[in-house]
Design a protein around this ligand. Structure first.
Ligand SMILES: [Zn+2]
Length: 412
């Protein structure tokens, strides 16, 4: 049986209603983070796979942060495709702003509804289903297929992907993450993130004599903010193989958000998310705290930006860095990009474009271990991390087919 024939045979056993049913059942198990308890949903997936006779490992690095790992194929092979997705979802926010039950998993008018439909229980159902379909054909695989469903993605991945990569449990030669991109896009890179707290100190005094006495920590912070804003004027020098991808990503952001927003692709961004200062209206404040979230584009390094921040803050106070992650990407010419492109063309009939993302994801943990990693998954961007999240049933099914086709191509 040749590869084409083999692929055909596996696809004969693909039943689209089973993928939709699985995604709906995943939505019905809330796994909201925080608190990020994934024990129930992981137990459900374990059970679902064990029906097919696979050995499933659960791994709980912190209480109730349960990760799931399963593997089939040629034992000992170092050709390993990892299918990855996160089990947790963000909170629903104000329930009254949803026009349906966020945990109903209802299917109607061509859509699947609920928290996680797009981010990312739809994609998750696709990789779990594709994995399950290959279990009975595992003798045919030239290499290993690993399914890694993680906890903790929405709060940074410390007890999920980062932990599993560090312990060697989620390593492979390529990683396909079913995060939402939409059917026509493949996410190949993302910005780094620096989170820091700045403390500005002043000299207190009676408010009735300000600004002639004392040293107002809030006023100093205003000047500090102005100086820090200049970081966004730094421009990244992109690697050559990303020039076209970056151009495409800027256009994408310009169309979907605004021309101003498209600068985020090759400039740092800075958000002053929290500011706390002062104790009473008639006291000159002697302390002001600011928390910042800076995103580093590919082509600049987190190290150079942190030293720039240090240099600016020095004149005003002190800075503590909570985290400083480097920007990261997988070359557009990588095998995993090509394999997914080919299957999207074959199955959906569109030519997907690689792009760069401005937010960060678990991909960085895999790329840190030098593993080519991409995102491809069904998405309706509107409801993601917002209200009334949903996903097109057709996209959900097509994505599952792409995962299955890509896994077959990669491993035969
Ligand atoms: Zn996600």
């Amino acid at each position: 049986m040749g590869e084409g024939e083999f692929k055909e045979r596996v696809f004969k056993d693909f039943h689209k209603e089973e993928v939709v049913e699985l995604a709906s059942r995943l939505i019905k198990i809330p796994s909201v983070n925080p608190p990020g308890d994934t024990s129930k949903i992981a137990a459900f997936v374990k059970n679902y796979l064990e029906e097919e006779g696979v050995t499933v490992e659960l791994c709980e690095p912190a209480e109730k942060k349960v990760n799931l790992i399963a593997e089939i194929g040629e034992k000992g092979s170092d050709r390993v495709l990892v299918l990855n997705g996160h089990l947790d979802v963000v909170p629903i926010g104000d329930r009254s702003r949803w026009s349906f039950d966020p945990f109903s998993g209802e299917v109607r008018d061509g859509y699947l509804y609920g928290r996680g439909a797009s981010d990312m229980k739809g994609g998750l159902a696709g990789i779990i289903y594709a994995f399950k379909k290959l279990v009975k054909f595992e003798d045919r695989l030239k290499g290993r297929l690993k399914l890694v469903c993680v906890a903790d993605e929405e709060t940074g991945g410390t007890h999920g992907a980062a932990y599993l990569v560090e312990k060697g449990k989620a390593l492979g030669s390529s990683v396909l993450i079913a995060e939402p991109t939409g059917m026509d896009l493949i996410n190949i890179g993302e910005k780094g993130a620096i989170w820091a707290k700045i403390i500005v100190k002043g000299i207190p005094g009676h408010g009735s004599l300000s600004p002639f006495i004392g040293d107002n920590a809030i006023v100093k912070s205003v000047n500090l903010i102005r100086e820090l804003m200049k970081i966004t004027e730094m421009k990244a020098e992109l690697p050559k193989d990303l020039l076209d991808v970056a151009e495409y990503s800027r256009n994408l952001l310009e169309k979907s958000v605004s021309r101003e927003a498209s600068k985020a692709i090759d400039h740092p961004t800075i958000n002053f998310g929290i500011i706390k200062g002062g104790t009473k209206v008639n006291i000159i404040p002697d302390r002001c705290e600011l928390e910042i979230d800076v995103r580093v584009p590919i082509g600049l390094s987190a190290a150079e930006i942190t030293s720039k921040i240090r240099e600016i803050v020095e004149k005003y106070g002190e800075v503590e860095f909570a985290s400083a992650g480097e920007p990261n990407y997988t070359a557009p010419s990588s095998e995993i990009v090509k394999v997914v492109e080919k299957n999207v063309k074959e199955i959906i009939g569109i030519d997907p474009k690689p792009f760069l993302e401005w937010a960060s994801s678990d991909a960085r943990h895999f790329r840190k271990a030098d593993i080519p990693t991409i995102h491809y998954g069904p998405a309706e961007m509107e409801g993601i991390h917002g209200y009334n999240e949903r996903v097109k049933v057709e996209d959900l099914i097509n994505a599952a087919k792409v995962y299955l086709g890509a896994a077959i191509d990669y491993l035969t």
